[in-house]
Write a protein that binds this ligand. Sequence first.
Ligand code: PD2
Ligand code: ZN
Length: 297
Amino acid sequence: MKFNRLPPELQGWLRTMRARGSTPAEVLQTLLQSKYDQRYASDAVDAAWLEIPAQASAGQAVPSAEAVAQTAAASPLSKQLFDLPNNLDTFDRAVEMLFVIEAPRVVLFGNLLSDDECDALITLSRAKVQRSSVVNASTGAYDIHPARTSAGTYFNRGENELLQRIERRIAELVDCPLEHGEPIQVLHYQPGGEYKPHFDYFDPVHPGNQEVLAQGGQRIATLIMYLNDVEQGGSTVFPEIGLDVLPRKGHAVYFAYSDDAGALDARTLHGGSPVTGGEKWIATKWFRQRPYGGPGA
Ligand code: PD2
Ligand code: ZN
């Protein structure tokens, strides 16, 4: 395998790990934990160690070691989670921190949205939701898939005063520039609706993900905001860490996918469990490494 045939994001990451003095065995282990195929991961590590000079500085075409390190360091809410006040003051609202998990980094916020804001997001979305799709990692197409039985829509970033206010609040809260945020997506689950466990980041190994990765780099974190109280079911589950977040109107769960070394953490596998009573509405905001320039930006 030739190193320069690997996806650019993976090349950048391997350069970074090499430049930081990681051993091939450590890097291989991280790739395997992130669910890379054994043979592919092993060949990629071999190529990196054979072809990158030990002291190489990263080139222009890929994120530099410093950039990736900064990404991890600047990754939203990355540090001192336990030193933060229990209520975080944003420009217009005090948001509660209800629990934090350090690794993977998961935070439950209370009172992030008011009842009126939740209701307004639902009202604006109700007329335009359509069956949700998933990115086909092989082709890059958006496909309907039985693993995701919700209906959804999205709002352009800053589309109206409500979106501007909420996006500004979120940016302050998680300490991530507004421009790095994807447009807010609203999802509606009917009884029986679910979203099977998945990763929100894009696996750079798959060619179909190159287009979405070009629109601001890798996703680094997710914020799921609950817009209504669900009668039964509909929790957000993290099977690898045994966590089940119950939907509560105005609450939001935040999680970041990379550890402090910038490596993607497979423990952020998560899903939306089936709604067994009532309906469920959520709004999701994903954050990118760099300013997002895709649809809705
Ligand atoms: O609806 C959820 O709880 C859920 C679970 C997993 C939403 C998403 N992922 C998502 O929007 O990515
Ligand atoms: Zn998800």
